[in-house]
Design a protein around this ligand. Structure first.
Ligand code: S3P
Length: 183
């Protein structure tokens, strides 16, 4: 349950490869907030990689861990959060944090996301089978509506290099919200 009197979380959402972790680390440092990368915390808790969690424990176990972490964070003061790309479709997890969050959608085309992921795609279990291009398109089609509906701020990232993207996010967040006021 959300509590009154807590500063908001800044939550980055978007496809795998949209830049959530890179942007998250940067804005956490810039705005002097703790940073939580969901996959990192969940890997630490299971003591294994996300890929192995999917294979050995199953995707539902991973989603349950996302939900548990979201619930814990609902009672914490403002962090910068980078959940995995599928968190948005995990409605229970999302419900724990929605009222506590300012949500930033890093919009990227499926082709742009694949390009950014490059070799890193090997660590994403959802891309283990089939054609990555087809899988990314399928994820985009299935999640696009969730991303758009949840977004308080949308940033198109396709044409931005890393530094331009980081500068843009800091500028937009600074002008959009007073991060010190409670939610
Ligand atoms: C997932 C995205 C991954 C990771 C897991 C599931 C998804 O995170 O949470 O492999 O459902 O899109 P990134 O978005 O950081 O790649």
């Amino acid at each position: 349950m959300a509590q009154a009197g807590l500063s908001p979380h800044l939550v980055l959402i978007g496809l795998p490869g949209s830049g959530k972790t890179t942007v998250g680390r940067h804005i956490a440092e810039y705005f002097e907030r703790p940073f939580t990368d969901f996959d990192e915390v969940i890997e630490h808790r299971f003591r294994k990689s996300v890929s192995r969690i999917f294979t050995e424990n199953g995707e539902p176990a991973f989603r349950a861990a996302e939900t548990a972490l979201s619930k814990e964070l609902a009672t914490k003061p403002g962090h910068v959060l980078s959940p995995g790309g599928g968190w948005i479709a995990n409605r229970e997890a999302m419900a724990h944090l929605r009222s506590r969050s300012r949500i930033i959608y890093l919009r990227v085309s499926p082709a742009g996301a694949l390009q950014r992921l490059g070799q890193d795609i090997a660590s994403r279990p959802l891309f283990d089978t089939g054609d990555p291009t087809e899988t990314m398109q399928m994820l985009y089609d299935a999640r696009r509506r969730f991303y758009e509906e949840a977004a308080d701020l949308t940033i198109d990232t396709d044409l931005l290099g890393r530094d331009a993207l980081l500068t843009k996010v800091v500028g937009l967040v600074s002008s959009a919200w007073d991060l010190n006021s409670d939610v």
